[in-house]
Design a protein around this ligand. Structure first.
Ligand SMILES: Cc1ncc(COP(=O)(O)O)c(C=O)c1O
Length: 391
């Protein structure tokens, strides 16, 4: 079969590939601890499920909704942003999408031409690069040189070219768990304004920060910055709703109209029942989010402490957000005689029966990503297995 050049240039999602392999081993009766996926282990909170069921039973969820989402959901997103950041978003600035992932995809499709460049900061989430390529753009990967692994305006200036159109800033960052401070975020957002580069702010983990760390949304940083920003967010991570596939894009109405013109031909509306669920998530009691955040915080602290003693694993910093640990494993590779972190990750899966994702997938070899969005019992067991493997 001759496939399109477009499809041939895309690599399958590395995180999904490891997870699929882990699930295959589990199906064959092997007891694998799977720390490779990026989703909360919690079930969606009851009130959200109840709202979804009501929407189905009443028949409301039987029909297409407007392409950009239910008006009340678009309004709920706008209100949510106003509450969280003070920015008075209007419903016309909101597009409800099939997960944040589709929001990003449509953003790139709407804005990029062949040859346009998009800056991304390593370590970066696996789908940015492939989605940019699918839109005809190319990626400039910034590898922060600062010891805190965060990029700065002067570093961005060094890599910007006349073709740079977008900069993606993801904080809290997947896979590192790094959180940019308000000053750091503002400086980067202002750099984007000053350099005529549109900022794509991926804030999907914004509600998941720990141990007193503060997350500052770009939307709280004044009109000049907001007008230059496309916000990507959604309910997947904070509300334990990965399977429902509801995200949103917030941007200037003209950008949203273009995104929705595309969406109308790609997915039509996001699934109606999931929209009713997301409506309850945003409008309802926010306590479940705090409950889950506290659980993640506890697991981060316990697992981080446990991992300190694994030979060859080291941390340059303690993660402050999202739900990932991203240790440097270059020493571990040397100890075990593996040339790459991909080889190490594969050996951890095959021999220690712990599924993790190699740093290569995130543009930062020499690291592995472990998700702590699973029970402490499993996390402690995974650490024990990795320790045995290394010893
Ligand atoms: C940084 C980042 N952005 C976007 C997404 C996509 O989220 P969604 O499940 O809402 O499509 C993910 C999911 O893993 C992510 O880690």
């Amino acid at each position: 079969m001759e496939f399109s050049k477009r499809a041939n240039q895309v690599s399958p999602s590395a995180t999904l590939a490891v997870s699929t392999e882990a699930k295959k081993m589990q199906a064959a009766g092997i007891d694998v601890v799977n720390l490779s996926t990026g989703e909360p282990d919690f079930a969606t909170p009851k009130a959200i499920i109840k709202a979804a069921m009501e929407s189905m039973e009443s028949g409301k969820a039987s029909y297409y909704t407007p392409v950009g989402g239910l008006p009340e959901l678009r309004q709920a997103v706008a209100t949510h942003i106003k509450t969280d950041t003070g920015y008075d978003a209007k419903m016309e600035q909101v597009a409800v999408t099939v997960g944040a992932k589709m929001g990003l995809f449509e953003t790139f499709q709407a804005l990029l031409n062949e040859g346009d460049e998009v800056m991304i900061v390593a370590p970066f989430w696996v789908s940015y690069e492939e989605q940019v390529k699918l839109a005809g753009g190319s990626v400039i990967a910034i590898h922060p040189q600062a010891s805190d692994l965060k990029t700065t305006p002067s570093e961005l200036s060094r890599f910007k070219t006349a073709s740079t159109k977008l900069l993606i800033l993801n904080t809290p960052q997947n896979p590192s768990g790094l959180v940019y401070s308000e000053e750091e975020t503002r400086a980067i957002a202002q750099w984007a304004v000053d350099n005529n580069v549109i900022l794509v702010a991926d804030e999907i983990y914004g509600k998941l920060v720990y141990n007193g760390a503060k997350f500052s949304s770009v939307m709280s940083m004044g009109n000049e910055i907001v007008n230059n920003t496309i916000l990507i967010d959604g309910v997947s991570k904070a509300y334990a709703m990965t399977g429902w596939r509801i995200g949103y894009v917030v941007a200037a109405p003209q950008i949203i109209r273009k995104i929705l013109a595309l969406q109308g031909h790609m997915t039509s509306n996001p699934t109606a029942v999931a929209q009713y669920a997301a409506l309850e998530a945003l409008r309802g009691d926010q306590y479940p989010v705090e409950e889950m955040r506290l659980a993640f915080e506890k697991r981060l602290n316990q697992t981080f402490d446990l991992m300190q003693v694994i030979p060859g694993f080291s941390f340059d910093y303690k993660p402050e957000g999202a739900f990932y640990l991203f240790p440097d494993v270059t020493e571990a590779m040397k100890i075990k005689g593996y040339a790459t972190s991909t080889d190490l990750a594969m050996a951890l899966l095959k021999e220690a029966h712990v599924a993790v994702v190699a740093g290569e997938a995130f543009g930062m070899p020499g690291h592995i990503r472990l998700s702590y969005a699973t029970s402490q019992t499993l996390l402690s067991e995974a650490v024990r297995r990795i320790q045995n493997f290394m010893n």
